[in-house]
Design a binder for this molecule. Structure first.
Ligand code: SAH
Length: 579
């Protein structure tokens, strides 16, 4: 009789009672040595013959089973044998030979991993399904089950057998439409002594796995069910790329080389600019690398032909407001070519920097740079401003290029000499507005506001989103004008609030009740708030304290959420980098 037994995920006391009894009475044990914890074998009785199947073929395993006719054989599989256990082929062969068999289930590593995270796969309102899958490797996956197809469901996912392919997992999940900030976790050797839990996001899977040197015996869990604990962890802060977010705040410069000479150049450049260097000689592929870096990187630099860069990034390009800088530099360092996002993304500036470092030439082709006229999007970037209505950049630049003047109205003082072609005006119909309020024209939005927040414990991100939209509308401000959020320390770990802030790339500053009380007077006091938090107002005080400026909008309350805004003193300048 052959007993297929699930050994559990690793910890020797996570085998079932039935499995343990079978192991203790077995005459022959064949265990999957690469994954089953050998500590379990101490249960075997004296004289039990133990085989490690890691070094055996299927035929050899079957031969041992057959030779043990009449004895009790335990075939010990990791986790539960029904998942990637290859038991079917053994069962069929045994049946053909007339040898009896049965199966004792085990705790899958899938549940060892969820236990390590304290996570529930099936959160109401988040996901009610769990997809158990793997990336295609040596074993292919059927049509329709590619990771990108499954990712589209947005359900909770557990990905087996793919820890050595995290680049591929990441790019497939992104290709399936998951946003780079979707929470993810890598659980290495769940329930073993060496267990390691790495919380990250879809956009940082490859990086997080590489940082922890995880290449095998790990599960990748993905989905919003991981939201809360993920948001608490700041270990691998993903660089989000929502329309609200300035990438340069988080992303890095990623270099990809194709030859040893290219790698040497990338290393030299990277030492100066910071970032990471990858090389296709190490097995990274052009497309995987691009897919994983594009959503999170500040800049992608291809050390090779411009055509390669163009083809690689083409499927990913969305908008000059959100795309990263893309630069190609030949491996001799003679030419640095900005391919996309020259102004807002900073590709022109980066190309000039690279050319300076290599002694080469920056091949800048954006018209405003060629003619030397003012480029409003480039200027916005240097001033740490967002751009609203970017479709109008073309018109404005076009007018400047053809020698016409454009009018600009600013709600903030701008130091330095006004560029040629730009006429400052007080006219409401200016071509360009510099303001935190919405306008029909091209609008350059300084991130001058800090959002003060108070919320009840357990407030959902969706509630905060809805109240925030109402608040922005009521104040008549553009959400892009907000650069940070602030609250009281007791809310520092509110999952909904953290997710809300993270999605916009805001850091969340927190203060103690004493710090908030010390901010001054004149705030909207509430005795209820004072009783529960120890300070008479949270949102207004936190906003003012964090911004170092003045109250801009008073407390706006509803659904257990309070918002307020403070504005820091702001001056822009025409010349220098304000970033
Ligand atoms: N039948 C097993 C899976 C075997 S396939 C089960 O139910 O768990 C082997 C894959 O399982 C590994 O590549 C890894 O992805 C996962 N795995 C097995 N043990 C693990 C553990 N302790 N922690 C994390 N992943 C594990």
């Amino acid at each position: 009789m052959v007993h297929f037994v699930g050994a559990g995920p690793g910890a020797p006391d996570l085998i079932t009672l039935r499995g343990a009894t079978l192991l203790e009475t077995a005459d022959v044990v064949i265990y999957a040595g690469s994954l089953v914890n050998p500590a379990l074998l101490s249960r075997c009785k004296d004289g039990c013959a133990v085989y490690n199947s890691a070094t055996m073929t299927l035929d050899e395993v079957l031969a041992v089973m057959e030779a043990a006719e009449g004895k009790s054989v335990v075939r010990l599989h990791t986790g539960d044998p029904a998942l990637y256990g290859a038991i079917r082929e053994q069962i069929d062969a045994l049946t053909a030979k007339g040898i009896g068999w049965d199966v004792t289930p085990g705790v899958s590593s899938l549940f060892g991993a969820s236990a390590a995270l304290g996570a529930e796969f099936t959160l109401p309102g988040v996901s009610q399904s769990l997809i158990v899958t793997r990336l295609a490797g040596r074993t292919s996956v059927p049509e329709g089950e590619r990771l990108r197809d499954l990712a589209r469901h947005g359900a909770s996912m557990a990905i087996f057998l793919s820890a050595g392919l995290l680049d591929g997992v990441q790019s497939e999940l992104l290709a399936g439409g998951l946003s780079a900030d979707t929470p993810a976790a890598i659980v290495y050797k769940a329930t073993w002594q060496e267990e390691k839990v790495v919380r990250c996001a879809v956009g940082t899977l490859a990086k997080a796995g590489a940082a922890e040197r995880i290449t095998k015996t790990a599960l990748v869990l993905v989905g919003r069910f991981l939201d809360a604990p993920y948001e608490k962890s700041k270990l691998y802060d993903p660089a989000y790329s929502t329309a609200y977010r300035r990438r340069s705040a988080g992303g890095e410069i990623a270099y990809l080389a194709f030859t040893e000479r290219g790698r040497a150049l990338a290393d030299t450049l990277c030492a100066q600019t910071g970032g990471t260097v990858s090389c296709t000689r190490d097995g990274v592929t052009l497309n995987d690398w691009t897919a994983s870096r594009f959503p999170v990187g500040r800049a992608l630099v291809y050390v090779g032909a411009a055509g390669i860069a163009v083809r690689a990034v083409a499927p990913h390009l969305l908008s000059k407001v959100s795309d990263p800088a893309v630069v190609a530099v030949d491996e001799g360092g003679r030419f640095a070519v900005p391919i996309a996002s020259g102004h807002l993304g900073g590709a022109n500036a980066l190309s000039r920097e690279i050319a300076r470092l290599t002694g080469g030439v920056a091949v800048v082709t954006t018209a405003t740079d060629v003619v030397g006229v003012f480029a409003v999007d480039d200027w916005a970037r240097t001033q740490n401003c967002a751009v609203v209505n970017p479709a109008r950049i073309k018109t404005v630049s076009g007018r400047l290029l053809s020698g016409e003047q454009i009018t600009l109205r600013s709600a903030y003082p701008i130091d330095g000499e006004t560029p040629d072609g730009v006429l400052l005006t007080d006219d409401g119909t200016a071509d360009v507005w510099v303001d935190i309020r919405p306008h029909e024209s091209l609008t350059v939005v300084p991130r001058t506001l800090t959002l003060g927040v108070g919320c009840r414990r357990g407030t959902a991100r969706e509630t905060l989103e809805a109240r925030f939209a109402a608040f922005c509308e009521r104040c008549g401000i553009l959400p892009q004008a907000i650069g940070a959020a602030a609250t009281i320390d007791r809310k520092a770990n509110e999952p909904g609030l953290l997710a809300f802030c993270a999605a916009r790339g805001w850091r969340l500053e927190t203060y103690t009740a004493e710090e908030l009380s010390a901010v001054g007077d004149g705030f909207t006091a509430s005795s209820f708030v004072a009783e529960t938090t120890g300070v008479d107002n949270v949102c207004e005080r936190a906003a003012v304290r964090s911004s170092g400026g003045a109250l801009y909008a008073r407390k706006f309350a509803g659904d257990g959420v309070t918002f307020a805004l403070a504005e820091k003193p702001t001056r822009l300048n025409w010349g220098e980098d304000n970033g």
